[in-house]
Write a protein that binds this ligand. Structure first.
Ligand code: FES
Ligand SMILES: [Fe+2]
Length: 435
């Protein structure tokens, strides 16, 4: 760290992780939030969208990199772009719709217009207004740095620096691989739209907590147990051991996972479409790998900092922080390419059952996060206690998992331990302390 650099907030004073103590300001201070925007979202890799959301030439979607509205689109030649949604004249947004298809982006204020490949091509009343050195080609829409991994598109507002692979690391990359490899073609498709929820709590509450499900989601678990008539109890509620594979895992770089891949059960059944899927998977990946992918449903149950969650077999969730006590959560169902329709339909019903207004899981979480935010606003004894499992953390070789999905030499604790939160916060403090 640059010795002369003085962060506005001493983030390290807000964490006493060796004792498992985390100060409420981590979740409640507007100054901390501003620093997060600057250091995590405006100076690092942020997930923007998936290539399959814009399949045709001219397609676009509107998304966020921190506080920046960005357009992800394809130009007339089909090339992928990422642009700041900001006119080069006086910085008015040039795109207002969340998705669509357009050959140009026009600014409604004074009419400057841009091709879908970014070039400025129109300025009303231009003659005589600017000097002889003025060149239209000097004023294209601004393109942040962009990298794509397996169809997942990330943006970075800093022109050079770490690569996406540096950010994802082995743990992040392997999580995405597992998620995509549940398709025999190795691709997921996001074309089912999304559900979006507004939550009045801090964005870091979302995800990676393996302690709460049997308690906070008890009603949902009872319902499923009833449906299964007690024959197939929910594995999380069974409260298995670390040795069996009920783990929480620090994947490095702030990424983490609830890792119950080793204890996932094959729920595919033996309908003709299921047999066909199994055969296709065996043919592409070989028997051992295919059976693992089928059993886990390709579920890494991973939280990739700062804003992409790949959880459960089919949920892709994206976080958009808005203020210290306010964030949006986008829920997508990732369809698998090249599989029978019945399997994708099952995935869609599964996401619907958990998320959205009629879902059984997400409303429980929202309630807990909003109650937690109230707790964070109380200044008497501002420390929350996240020491669960420090005494049993250990390095693990992940031998219950076949290659190439193994997460070598990562720190694990029991599924219910707070390994995941501590992993996120260690990375968070390190990034927020940088110049
Ligand atoms: S601000 Fe866009 S044309 Fe003036
Ligand atoms: Fe939950």
């Amino acid at each position: 760290m640059n010795a002369a650099y003085k962060p506005r907030v001493d983030v390290n004073s807000l964490l006493r992780l060796d004792e498992g103590l985390v100060h409420a300001d981590v979740y409640a201070s507007p100054e901390v939030f501003d620093l997060e925007m600057e250091k995590l979202f405006h100076r690092g890799w942020v997930y923007v969208g998936h290539e399959s959301e814009i399949p045709k030439r001219g397609d676009y979607i509107l998304r966020w990199i921190g506080t920046h509205s960005v357009i992800m689109n394809r130009d007339d030649a089909g090339k992928l772009h990422l642009f700041l949604n900001r006119c080069r004249h006086r910085a008015v947004t040039v795109c207002q719709n969340e998705q669509g298809n357009a050959p140009r982006f026009n600014c409604d204020y004074h009419g400057w217009s841009y091709r879908n490949s970014g070039e400025l091509v129109g300025i009303p009343l231009r003659e005589g207004a600017y000097g002889p050195d003025f060149r239209m080609e000097d004023f294209p829409l601004v393109s942040p740095r962009m990298e794509v991994y397996r169809g997942f598109v990330w943006g970075n507002l800093v022109a050079d620096g770490t690569s996406l692979m540096d950010h994802l690391g082995e743990g992040g990359k392997r999580s995405i691989d597992l998620f995509c490899d549940a398709s025999p073609e190795g691709e997921v498709v996001l074309q089912q739209g999304f559900l979006r929820g507004v939550i009045y709590a801090n964005w870091k509450f979302q995800g990676g907590d393996g302690y709460h499900p049997p308690i906070a989601h008890q009603a949902n678990f009872m319902y499923y147990r009833g449906k299964r008539q007690g024959n197939d109890r929910n594995p999380i509620a069974v409260n298995g051991t670390m040795e069996e594979g009920f783990l929480s895992r620090d994947l490095g770089n702030g990424h983490c996972a609830l890792d119950f891949r080793a204890v996932s059960k094959d729920k595919l059944g033996d309908a003709p479409w299921a047999k066909k899927y199994r055969e296709d998977m065996h043919r592409v990946y070989g028997k051992e790998r295919a059976e693992f992918l089928i059993r886990t449903g390709g579920n890494p149950h991973a939280v990739l900092m700062p804003n992409l969650h790949l959880v459960n077999t089919s949920d892709l969730r994206v976080i958009r922080p808005i203020a210290v006590n306010h964030f949006e959560l986008y829920f997508y169902c990732a369809f698998l390419k090249g599989v029978p329709d019945e399997l994708n339909e099952m995935r869609l019903r599964d996401v619907e059952a958990r998320t959205g207004p009629a879902g059984c899981i997400n409303p429980d979480d929202v309630e807990m996060f909003e109650r937690n935010q109230l707790g964070m606003q109380q200044a008497v004894n501002p420390w929350k206690y996240m020491a669960r499992g420090i005494v049993r953390e250990r390095i693990d070789d992940d031998l219950l998992t076949p290659e190439p999905y193994r997460r070598h030499k990562t720190v694990v604790g029991h599924l219910s331990d707070e390994v995941t939160q501590r992993a996120q916060l260690r990375w968070w403090a390190e990034r927020l302390s940088q110049p």
